[in-house]
Ligand binder design. Sequence first.
Ligand code: C2O
Ligand code: CU
Ligand code: CU
Length: 476
Amino acid sequence: MSKMMLVAVLVLCSTRVMATSHHEMRGTTSFAARIGEDASNPPLLVNISRAPHTVEVNLTAAVTRLALQPGVMSHAFAYNGHVPGPTLDVREGDHVIIHFRNELPEATTVHWHGIHLPFESDGSPFHPIQPGESHDYMFTVQRGTAGTYWYHPHPDKRTGFAIGKGLFGAIVVHAADDPLPPMTEKLLVLSDNRFLADGAIDFPDAASSNGGIDEENGREGPVLFVNGKVMPTITIRSGEIQRWRVVNTSAGRIFRLAIHGQTMTQVGTDGGLLESPIDVNEILLATGERVELLVRGGAPGTATTLQNLPYDRYSPQTRPVDWKVTRDLVTLRTTTDAPVRPTAIPVRLRTITPLDTTMATAVRTIVFGQGIINGHTMDMGRVDVSTRVGATEIWDIANIVGMDHPFHLHGFQFQVIDRDGVPEPFRAWRDMLNIPKHSTARIIVRYDDYPGKWMFHCHILDHEDHGMMGVLEVKP
Ligand code: C2O
Ligand code: CU
Ligand code: CU
């Protein structure tokens, strides 16, 4: 372990929680972990395996008490004592083994959101892990899937509660051959929460009017966190370009991100890099969605902010009064050091082969109502879409109601064909797609492997928990 990384680990261990698992402190990381060498990023899950191309980690979900807000203790759930949980940092081709232990008082699962893996390791509601039980999740990270993912519980009807209690963490998959030059990488795990005066996490009674509003909107909170901190500072040098991986783990909040006075460059989506970088003034990041951005330092000694701009995803009856307020998320401070020469960014990052619409064997019609899909709520005993390994399908998704519903498919990355009939301007791999109120989108997906029963759902967790979810069965 390098001296710098040791310092980072020690700082994290002393300023965060005492309940850190010992496994995290055993420094046997054999892979280059740029994302972990920076104290502003969440801690890493440390690889306890010495075998080549193998990542073996211990992950425990447990009840804990910690200062989620500065100086205020809350009863929370945490992975290895941290909120957010430690980052799973792997490379394409790695065999990953997660020794998971459930020390919670309720059943849980760990879902590896966006990862292409065998059904048995998906951590869906089909495979609950009871209190006191352990389970080994296993998968091999596929070639071409380098990108930013995340993990979270997915128990039947309790996902929003478990994530709201503190169970979420990031996954970074590094490419075997990354087209972007080495640069400082930052991970920004976005979340929001709402607390009672005594520090308790606020989950109103489902029968109360606040409970009803949460059920309609998806639970939101006024406290906005980046890596579990309120308004942290990220430092950068003048002329420097940093690579930011941003994950939205919120139950309901859609972030509309902008850096005051700066055009960012988008280089990636859920499933990894784009074909070419794209300059953007703002990014809409739905629940569950990820993005990779290049961010630049300003003039020496200056500062700016990453902000969340207003975005109206709500139905008018339950729209929060403060929805139009711009919120600050991160201070981006440029050091007084002399400017460095900006790293050259390649104009071409990779080729994304388009899925061929003429090869589609079925067109699925998916209609989002309020809390229902195609007129139904979730039934784990029912199969909503049945198909076979190797099939290519178009999903024609229509949101017929007056609020946004972010669509998510387990297990397979898809490409967007068009939105409201407008062809998608660039190719990208995604597992999340916000479907704005009264709009449509068509996606194309190929089930190239892994038979099983896969969930598709609205990623507003209150909607998902109330049954806005369906089952896709991929037969061998
Ligand atoms: Cu992020 Cu079905 O989940
Ligand atoms: Cu998922
Ligand atoms: Cu929804």
